[in-house]
Design a protein around this ligand. Structure first.
Ligand code: PLP
Length: 229
């Protein structure tokens, strides 16, 4: 199939969490639907109706209600929608048939031991790139992630939590970290890299919005030289 041989695969990821009143919430699933469809266009596959995407999440989350961790536990039900091209031909071209599915699994915090300034999260600047400057780094396509195994392993083998990637053109500016975007804070301003090859994170967009609208901070999207860190 196109998925297995040519990597015609896209995935999404988001969390479903319990509210204080016991109701369960998905975090901005329509944003994930739109991001998946930007990837589908890039991979020459059909668009997935947003309503179908969100209905999939609702139905799978409802069917797994007992596995949604309790409010305040720090854990969540991770939702993994995926989209694959399946054909029984060997030609290098887009599939004619596609499968869209959703699975879920309870998860703890993304970084081992949680996330906080006191927890000594050291990242290793990677000598390798995760994406090309004008490539597919901005879509959540499976192949981008197999390529990140070696940089991730080099970082962990050297005692670091994850690889920090620099921009693939000049290796001067901060790009992103493993499978997480980078945000820096300086002089009342929340700063995030301007790059064509990072994955447009919904967490990042949300944090920038919260910073501006709720905290009244300024935000910047610009090149961040490694020495600035
Ligand atoms: C999924 C992903 C992110 C985070 O995206 P969110 O929408 O915030 O979950 C960041 N970087 C990479 C490379 C990713 O694959």
């Amino acid at each position: 199939s196109q998925c297995l041989h040519y990597g015609q695969e896209l995935f999404e990821g988001m969390k479903v969490q319990s509210g204080p009143d016991g109701r369960i919430f998905a975090f901005r699933p329509y944003d994930n639907a739109r991001r998946l469809n930007r990837g589908a266009a890039y991979m020459c596959g059909p668009e997935l109706p947003e309503e179908l995407f969100v209905r999939g999440i609702e139905e799978v989350a409802a069917a797994n209600h007992p596995y949604v961790p309790p409010h305040g536990s720090g854990a969540a039900l991770y939702v993994r929608p995926f989209y694959i091209g399946i054909d029984d031909n060997v030609g290098v071209k887009p599939a004619r048939s596609y499968v869209f599915r959703v699975f879920v699994t309870p998860v703890g915090p993304y970084f081992k031991g949680g996330f906080g300034p006191d927890q000594g999260k050291d990242f290793m600047v990677s000598r390798l790139d995760r994406a090309a400057p004008a490539g597919s780094g901005n879509v959540k396509a499976g192949g981008n992630y197999a390529c990140s195994f070696t940089p991730g392993r080099e970082a962990r083998d050297s005692g670091f939590v994850e690889a920090l990637y620099l921009d693939p053109r000049e290796h001067r500016f901060i790009e992103e970290i493993g499978a997480a975007n980078f945000l820096g804070f300086r002089d009342g301003s929340l700063i995030t890299p301007d790059s064509t090859s990072i994955l447009p994170s919904i967490t990042r967009i949300s944090l920038l919005e919260i910073a501006e609208k709720i905290f009244g901070w300024t935000t910047e999207e610009r090149k961040i030289a490694l020495e600035e860190l």
